[in-house]
Design a protein around this ligand. Structure first.
Ligand code: SAM
Length: 284
């Protein structure tokens, strides 16, 4: 098995007459050390079924295949999806029958599309949809236990942020509903072709049980969206239209043991779960 370097990536791009698009976040890794590092930090095991979103030209796929039982690769670009099995057949023929390529939008896939139940997410994500993709997969694929994703550095910070920090926000709270999230190291922009104009970062996700609450996930997330839509306001004010009135918001906050003059950025996901639960209990 041989990994793709700059020469191979350019040759493949030329063969496919590929013009990488920003819209699809098409920045391909040209450095074998980086994909090996991603696979190592992901801590995959031989029995794992890995789901890779956006395999592109196959840089990461080729590093993953020797380490897991199966790779399910979901690619939206039809040209890249058609090429991937050919690249793997040529460079890692012994692993070719352990690759499933699904030509689809990752934001629309569910377990029925994959042919196997993924246990681990390993991906260099398309940057414009990285947060929605992570949340969608954690929501729709209950078999997924862990993940290691490469995202824009700022998004890595946001996903892993904890209450009280400036960058703590909707992605941080929603990701924490599903997983313990940690930054797992920086990645420079020069490992890509074409090089993006931002640095990247690795993020590790380990599935956790969601907070115990009688409120649904949708109800909790609606409270989170409302609190951060006006993040400089107190929760009493920010949650007024969500709860119906400022008085109803105050009542739910006090019942949940949260100071109504606090701000959303100070609350953990458990706090939002309690607030939604008390609002639900009080709703007519
Ligand atoms: N994994 C490859 C690598 O490391 O070289 C490519 C990563 S590139 C940052 C992102 C890839 O995601 C591209 O191949 C792009 O076509 C694909 N992509 C973009 N949006 C997608 C979506 N909604 N669903 C699935 N794949 C998508």
């Amino acid at each position: 098995m041989s990994l793709l370097g700059p020469v191979e990536v350019r040759a493949l791009a030329e063969k496919l007459d590929l013009r990488p698009t920003k819209k699809l976040g098409q920045n391909f890794v040209i450095d074998g050390g980086t994909v090996r590092r991603i696979v190592r930090v992901a801590g995959v095991a031989p029995h794992d079924v890995a789901i890779e979103i956006g395999p592109g030209l196959g840089s990461l796929t080729l590093a993953l295949l020797p380490e897991v039982a199966r790779v399910v690769a979901v690619e939206i670009d039809p040209v890249l999806a058609a090429q991937l099995p050919l690249t793997v057949a040529e460079r890692a023929p012994e692993a070719a029958d352990r690759l499933t390529v699904v030509r689809a939008d990752a934001l629309r896939i569910g377990p029925q599309d994959l042919g196997a139940a993924p246990t681990v997410l390993v991906a260099n994500l398309p940057y414009n949809v990285s947060v929605p993709v992570v949340l969608h997969l954690l929501e729709t694929l209950p078999s997924l236990r862990r993940g290691l994703v490469m995202v824009q550095a700022e998004v890595a910070d946001r996903l892993a942020a904890t209450p009280g920090s400036k960058i703590y926000g909707i992605p941080s709270v929603k990701a924490a509903w599903y997983a313990d999230v940690r930054r797992a190291g920086p990645v420079g922009r020069n490992v890509f072709w074409p090089a993006p104009n931002v640095d990247s970062g690795l993020v590790s996700l380990v599935r956790r049980d969601p907070p115990v609450t009688t409120a649904s996930r949708e109800e909790v997330f609606a409270a989170v969206d409302a609190a951060f839509a006006q993040r400089r306001k107190t929760l009493r004010a920010a949650l007024a239209s969500w709860a119906g009135t400022a008085a109803a918001a105050e009542e739910a906050l006090v019942a949940a043991g949260v100071d109504p003059s606090a701000r959303g950025e100070q609350l953990g996901v458990e706090d939002f779960a309690r607030i939604a639960e008390h609002r639900r209990a009080a709703a007519p």
